[in-house]
Design a binder for this molecule. Structure first.
Ligand SMILES: [Zn+2]
Ligand SMILES: [Zn+2]
Length: 150
């Protein structure tokens, strides 16, 4: 279990108990609380989360935190994949994150989400791939053994 580094002069919020299904817990400082999960997978109470946010000293969007509950809601609200339109009963839909952050782009099916990853989330590369497919519909090659094809 990872523990957040203790910052001098701050109140100590220790998670005495937590339920990651209901996203509630018992904080040593605050008592019963809603809990939040950060990108490192650490669970904190709301006040501790606010303290850490403020301690970061700047409004860094990569430091935003998102609850698992909120992510689940996003997926539940979505009907189809934002790219291929596959319906949620026919595929597994999930949240598409900006890598290494809690920024959310949208809800995609697993296949589209993986495909974007393979293309390094680079729109230019994806455009080049589409152009390649359009410009190269496929052609017959000569038989490697010198026989005529066709
Ligand atoms: Zn607390
Ligand atoms: Zn899709």
């Amino acid at each position: 279990m990872t523990r957040e580094p203790r910052i001098k002069g701050k109140s100590v919020h220790r998670m005495l108990d937590k339920n990651t299904i209901t996203m509630t817990g018992i904080c040593s400082n605050c008592g019963p609380v809603d809990i939040w999960r950060n990108t490192k997978g650490t669970y904190l109470c709301g006040p501790a989360r606010e303290e850490q946010r403020r301690a970061s000293g700047r409004n860094d969007p990569t430091r935003l935190w998102v609850t698992r509950k909120r992510l689940r809601e996003l997926v539940e609200e979505a009907e189809v994949c934002a790219i291929c339109d596959v319906y949620k009963d026919d595929a597994r839909l999930g949240v598409d994150h900006v890598k290494g952050t809690d920024l959310v782009r949208g809800v995609l099916c697993t296949r589209c989400n993986l495909a974007l990853g393979y293309f390094f989330h680079d729109p230019n590369l994806l455009r080049e791939a589409a152009k390649y497919l359009e410009e190269n519909p496929g052609r017959e090659l000569d038989d490697p053994y010198g026989r005529e094809v066709g």
